[in-house]
Design a protein around this ligand. Structure first.
Ligand code: SF4
Ligand code: SF4
Length: 389
């Protein structure tokens, strides 16, 4: 997902050299999706892995769940992916980016029959799903099918967010392979480290970068099968290869784990709302996605990047990447139902009012337009529809 780009397109020469170098140095799992790089990622990988490299890796790609309108779409898209990737089989095939409502839709469209069929005819080897919803929905999906694996967002700041530690342990108890995405929160745990956080890292007797601490913390969990780490600079590649060689499950000692806990605590103090992302406050009768509104707002304080926060507010609560359904802070009617459900005792309606004032000004539609262009869902749908005829 994070390949180097040049003039808005994948920088093929650089990206190919990185990927082949990584495979030559032991990386054996490559993750892509129908939609990455506006549909260019799978064909690029097909070209890159041709000539012997394909057989040296486990290849993972994903069904664009939000674009599926009928059962036949799934077979046609999978067949197209095999063609784009120049392969006869996908080692790890995922229903992409599930939340509860998307899962309900896919279940009604008989995705389970599709997965059974694709496994039986050998087009996919392992069936799984990637997930961004609540832990309750996660457990429901885990129980709905004999999945081989799942993919969840997990890092030391997201222990109670989405599937979180509870979901991780639940999936492990059901013998699912567990692939981790966002081990560094999309780079946020490394790109702008607040000085108060760096002070804590500096107390460690063994000096490590924030990236190394973040990755080691994830790899420390014995339940985890694979950690996905986006790398778009040569320095990231060498650092990731080195850490992967050294970071074994249960390799962090008690003092080191306490240090990470203190860093987490410091991040929480610096973030504005105090929300842990547990989602106990949901559902909201007015459809406000409370934790996502808080997450976008908090990320703005961590990164110092207001433009990026406004873009993500338009993309997520604005519905651009969520089936077009808006879940804005301003939809709050101050009914108060959520307050007693929040274990952090946050004054949710008051916080939402502040967030609406900050993000829902006259420029909201401009940011929504920018989000549509950035995430190019319209283009993906057009591409899929033209393929489906
Ligand atoms: S107070 Fe607002 S956010 Fe909370 S449940 Fe009521 S409408 Fe939803
Ligand atoms: S507002 Fe409270 S209940 Fe809702 S996700 Fe955040 S911490 Fe959890």
């Amino acid at each position: 997902m994070r390949l180097p780009v040049k003039e808005g397109k994948i920088d093929e020469e650089k990206a190919k050299s990185y990927i082949l170098y990584l495979i030559d140095h032991g990386v054996n799992y490559i993750d892509t999706a129908w939609t990455y790089h506006v549909g260019d990622n799978e064909p690029f990988l097909g070209r890159t892995l041709a000539g012997g490299y394909r057989k040296r890796v486990k290849l993972a790609t994903k069904l664009p769940s939000w674009s599926i309108e009928k059962n036949e779409d799934m077979d046609r898209i999978l067949d197209s992916q095999l063609e784009r990737l120049r392969t006869d089989y996908i080692d790890y095939y995922l229903a992409h980016s599930l939340v509860g409502t998307l899962w309900d839709k896919l279940e009604k469209l008989d995705i389970l029959d599709f997965l059974d069929g694709a496994k039986a005819d050998g087009r996919i080897v392992n069936a799984g799903f990637s997930f961004h919803g609540s832990v309750d929905d996660f457990k429901e999906i885990v129980d709905a099918y004999p999945w081989d694996f799942c993919q969840i967002q997990y890092n030391f700041l997201d222990r109670k967010n989405q599937a979180g530690t509870e979901g991780l342990r639940y999936a492990a108890s059901k013998d699912l392979g567990i692939i981790i995405m966002g081990p560094l929160r999309g780079g946020k745990l490394t790109s702008l480290v607040p000085p108060a956080v760096q002070d804590i890292w500096d107390e460690a007797s063994i000096k490590r970068t924030p990236a190394e601490w973040g990755l080691r913390w994830v790899w420390n969990h014995p339940e985890i099968t694979v950690v996905l780490s986006g790398m778009n600079e040569e320095a990231h590649i060498e650092e990731n290869l080195r850490i992967a060689d050294e970071a074994y499950p249960n390799s962090l000692n008690k003092t080191e784990l306490q240090l990470v806990d203190r860093v987490e605590q410091k991040y929480r103090e610096l973030m504005n709302t105090g929300c842990t992302g547990c989602r106990y406050c949901l559902p909201c009768p007015s459809g406000v996605d409370i934790p996502t509104c808080f997450e976008v707002y908090d990320n703005m304080y961590l990164s110092g990047n207001e433009d990026e926060a406004k873009l993500m507010y338009a993309a997520k609560p604005g519905g651009v990447i969520r089936d077009g359904i808006s879940s804005y802070a301003s939809q709050c009617i101050q009914c108060g139902q959520c307050i007693e459900k929040c274990p952090q005792h946050l004054d949710i309606p008051a916080l939402l009012k502040t967030i609406a004032e900050r993000f829902e000004g006259p420029d909201l539609e401009i940011w929504k337009d920018a989000a549509r262009k950035t995430f190019r869902k319209d283009l993906r749908l057009k591409e899929i529809k033209s393929y489906l005829g």
